[in-house]
Ligand binder design. Structure first.
Ligand code: PLP
Length: 481
């Protein structure tokens, strides 16, 4: 719920209360410096004992509801024919309208099965924007991902409410250039994660679906952040202000051939699913399910997780759930804008994204701008965020660096986990860091894995800047914070 105060300020009020909690601690800056060094300046490698606020991701880190825990307790553990799976399938039918559904262990497993079934060497997959795991699954069989967004999508400061749209003219050009046979499918990602959680409009989505269908192309919706996109359509698009999130979600799902999602976000559970109303397409995918995931009625998840996901599926369309991260992100972004910190606007779906190129403009692109800022934020605050820039890209086939369109430090907002006062803490520390930004310098590789290097890679600082940053912090705040 949004409260409009008499002085004009708006702030989100949580529509839940905390009934179970996890203690967190803030270790002092000196220990944080040691921890990030040991982690190879890669926040994925930090241990949670060293983290104050874990804003790495909204994936698998959300608070589950009491009813979801009830779903855990009452799940039917049968290997085959579990009634919990059929309950989940009913929830999918009710919420998304799909007759056919299979579980998978998480979003990338769905991407794997879709690539295995529909992507062939030499083909292309047009998309509004890539996601890291999606790109790898499409490239592994020898296909290529084509990002056909509007140019404005890369403008970090913008008032365009729908920067996640696909450019219809570019799609027509792709169809003309490659022809139906060379296009595996057209992929839309609901609230394009790596663009800063930016949504597409329903009008654009409908147009893309229409063009694709007229050309006889298969369409796929990555709905990992489906409800946030629906919530933002409800808030921002003409003609949708009086619709509910539930109605918008159903409409989005009805327009596409195949839907998939990571369950770790909207349904708050480790898992995922693929849904469709096309039996023929479904039958093409199912043979791979037991090979890579598990039997048809659990698909790589435990039944307890399927039970929790069934409840989460019904809960995710409640506006207080669909909107809780969106409203906190909006608050966070507005607070940073007030203090002049360069942040992606308009606020998107899953996180507050700092524009690292503008925050630390003195760092050259070769020195991993967003990676350095992400490590610096941890030293200055104990807050774990995620690099979403060049480190999150793959090198090209000749081993050359591929510089990312955007260099973002993503500060994710897990659903129903953090409070407004904790967000205020991050705002305060970001302000300190901004004033001391000249101290932050670049990073260099120590050990670089060949695929998805951002997960396990290890780096070091150039010019010992982390020591200087830590000393400056201690000078201002003392040795205990
Ligand atoms: C848009 C999108 N697609 C796919 C995935 C992959 O899902 P998972 O992490 O569950 O494998 C993610 C995860 O963050 C995502 O944001």
């Amino acid at each position: 719920m949004i409260i409009k105060a008499s002085d004009g300020r708006e702030f989100p009020v949580e529509m839940h209360k905390t009934r179970m909690l996890q203690k967190i601690t803030l270790i002092p800056a000196e220990e944080r410096l040691k921890a990030i060094k040991e982690a190879g300046y890669n926040t994925f490698q930090l241990k949670t004992k060293d983290i104050f606020l874990d804003m790495l991701t909204d994936s698998g880190t959300n608070a589950m509801s009491d009813n979801q825990f009830a779903g855990f307790m009452t799940a039917d553990d049968a290997y085959a024919g579990s009634m919990t799976f059929y309950d989940f399938a009913d929830a999918v039918k009710d919420v998304m309208g799909y007759k056919y559904v299979m579980n998978v262990h998480q979003g990338r497993a769905a991407e794997h099965l879709l690539a295995k079934t529909f992507v062939q060497k030499g083909q292309v997959v047009p998309t509004n924007y890539h996601f890291t795991t999606t790109k790898v699954h499409i490239e592994l069989p020898g296909a290529q991902i084509l990002e056909i967004f509007f140019d404005e999508a890369l403008e970090t400061k913008s008032t365009n409410p729908f920067k996640g749209c696909m450019d219809p003219q570019k799609l027509r050009d792709v169809i003309k250039k490659y022809g139906k046979e060379k296009i595996s499918y057209v992929r839309m990602e609901a609230t394009a994660n790596l663009l800063g959680g930016q949504p597409f409009s329903m009008a654009n989505y409908k147009e893309i679906m229409k063009i694709s269908k007229e050309a006889g192309l298969l369409t796929v919706l990555d709905g990992s952040l489906l409800c946030e996109n629906a919530y933002l359509i409800m808030q921002r698009e003409e003609g949708y202000k009086d619709k509910t999130v539930a109605e918008i979600v159903k409409e989005m799902c009805s327009l596409v051939d195949i839907f998939y999602m990571s369950g770790r976000k909207n349904t708050c559970v480790r898992g995922g699913c693929i849904g469709t109303n096309d039996k023929k397409l479904f039958d093409e995918i199912t043979p791979w399910l037991p090979v890579y995931e598990g039997f048809f009625t659990y698909g790589g998840m435990s039944q307890r997780e399927v039970g929790m996901m069934a409840v989460g599926m019904r809960e995710m369309i409640d506006p207080s759930v669909a909107g809780c991260a969106v409203e906190q992100v909006k608050y966070f972004v507005n607070r940073l804008e007030e203090t002049g910190i360069p942040v992606v606007t308009p606020p998107g779906g899953l996180a507050c994204h700092i524009d690292a190129r503008k925050f630390v403009p003195h760092i050259p692109k070769e020195d991993y701008i967003a990676g350095a800022l992400t490590a610096a934020l941890y030293i200055a605050s104990g807050v774990r965020s995620m690099e979403r820039g060049t480190i999150s890209m793959e090198r090209d086939k000749d081993g050359n660096e591929v510089y990312c369109d955007l260099e973002l430090t993503r500060i994710a907002i897990p659903r129903r986990v953090y409070t407004v006062s904790q967000i205020e803490y991050v705002v305060e520390r970001l302000n300190w860091l901004y004033k001391n930004r000249e101290l932050v310098k670049g990073l260099k590789w120590v050990s670089e894995p060949p695929v998805l290097r951002f997960f396990l890679g290890s780096l070091d600082v150039l010019d010992n800047w982390s020591r200087n940053l830590c000393d400056a912090f201690k000078k201002d705040y003392g040795p205990d914070l």
